[in-house]
Design a protein around this ligand. Sequence first.
Ligand code: OSB
Ligand code: MG
Length: 390
Amino acid sequence: MTPVVRESAEQPLRVERITLREIRLPLKEPFRISSGVCTERRILLLELRDADGVEIWAECVAGENPNYSAETIDTAWYAIATWVAPRVLGAAFGHPSLVRARLEKDFRGHSMAKAAVEMGCWALAAERAQVPLSNLLGGTRTAIATGISLGIQSAPEALVERALAAKAAGYRKVKLKIQPGADVDYVAAVREAVGPDVALMADANSAYTLADAARLGELDAFGLTMIEQPLGRDDLVQHAELQRRLATPLCLDESITDADRARDMIALGSGRIVNIKPGRVGGYASSIAIHDVCQAAGVPVWCGGMLESGVGRAYNVALASLPNFSLPGDLSPSARYWERDVVTPAWMMDDGMVAVPLHRPGIGVTVDMDRVDDLTVRREVLGAPQMVLA
Ligand code: OSB
Ligand code: MG
């Protein structure tokens, strides 16, 4: 090995510039969860550039409104520009796993804002090393079993129609969003229509309380793989009580914000499955820690989604290649969401599986610059101090 190669291989990661962009991307059809509806995504995309001019794209998964978590695209934009970027820009990291500690020190919350930059650093390291992001994370899977998340509909018939289409398309799991008034009848109708062999689950996004335990218990009749986050968005204790009363496994989404919360879930019996969304938990280092805690306890995990563009999807697919992601992820192909995605190739599903792009370095997809430029409504460039002066 020549000295030049050795030197560049050992060079620390140093982000010199972060460009924030907001794009608007209309969904093919509105997506309704118990706490709100989305018709057009406002997506925060980031471009990270290092001192050698290597560039990668990343995505912040914060939503339009604070109805899933406290963060929104606007709070995330502010947090990245004000606190996250200044901690990362110009700093030297020997490995992307070291970025998290720097972002967590005396800096509470803003997990999605932190995650966007932290995950971008992992992708930058993968791009620099010319390896697929999945490899850098320790991924072992070459394709990810894929599920679809179906929003709340105005009548059971509309949900049945979509569930049948999902079954025909080959999805390995069908998730039904539920809320009081759109639960037992809807799930019953779908189970009846798709038959006993389709893996079905329900996601309530915190729409219930323990007083609804009997109602939720009625769902035990439908052989659901799991019920996701029925109770409070930060609760563990009441979920443990509910789990004792249900046969169906509970899966936690909103309540699991880091590896300590996953440990607490396991200790309390608040759930038996974890949905890991890397944005929700502050990035990849945290996601891997949760993955490992769950794996050691025999708790399966799967990768959730936040209606990401093809950029965010690349990050989810890479994460879901880790071994304990043993249940289908909410990683639907591009065409499920958009008339046209912002990446090439678009994400495709084959026999219910999305392939991990192991033949390409970095995030494995190319951003369609013309399309992104067309969709961009706001842009801000954040530079390291020396670059601002230059
Ligand atoms: O709870 O998993 C959720 C979308 C927005 C907010 C919360 C959730 C979701 C989804 C979307 O279920 C899944 C996907 O991206 O396909
Ligand atoms: Mg959920």
